[in-house]
Ligand binder design. Sequence first.
Ligand SMILES: C[S@@+](CC[C@H](N)C(=O)[O-])C[C@H]1O[C@@H](n2cnc3c(N)ncnc32)[C@H](O)[C@@H]1O
Length: 211
Amino acid sequence: MPTRRALARRLGVVEDFQNPSPALEQYATSAEVAASLVHVADQRGDLVDDDGGATVLDLGTGTGMLALAAALRGPRRVVGVDVDPAPLRTARENAARVGATTDVEWVVGDATDLPLAFDDRVVVLSNPPFGAQDGNEHADRAFLDQVRDVANVSYTVHNAGSEEFVRAYAADADATVTDAFAVELDVDNQFDFHDHDTAAIDAEAYRIEWT
Ligand SMILES: C[S@@+](CC[C@H](N)C(=O)[O-])C[C@H]1O[C@@H](n2cnc3c(N)ncnc32)[C@H](O)[C@@H]1O
């Protein structure tokens, strides 16, 4: 298995959003964060197993960063879903740049009301909009509602201070939070709540087993 660092380097060619929408919280998950989550998923055997592997589903895929990180580790199928078709064009170009072994299916759709059904094991990767800046606290809840319905295992990114919310949500769903990581997101100044060109904001990632 290649190292996490090698995976992050390979993802360094992924292009950012071309004309990002603040309302949709369109900032890319960094190559480092994507590599960290996918490396853990691979080490855990979540991506490839003796039964032929999982479908990896990236909800709110944007530039495709998380989907492409997974695709470089050879799962059976990878699907990236975003409500906005514009970043999916960038995601397609990014797939060619990255040269992943598994093709990614790019789907325009609402991740909170998925236009897809799955009959195999599903691993969700997602850095959803948080909603914290526009007073819509826990906009990520609607994503979790969909994750709960489709995922066997998920890796989701949430804003700092979400641990109680995520653990309570999982407990209510009889799911188990198995891993919690601190991660840093690089958000640039198009979002008017930041003063600097790029701000590193603290965030949290969780691995949840749903079945
Ligand atoms: C924080 S960004 C994550 C981007 C992605 N992980 C990347 O690295 O480019 C959130 C993404 O969720 C998408 N999004 C927001 N609401 C959505 C919805 N209801 N359904 C699907 N995608 C949505 C946005 O368009 C945006 O691409």
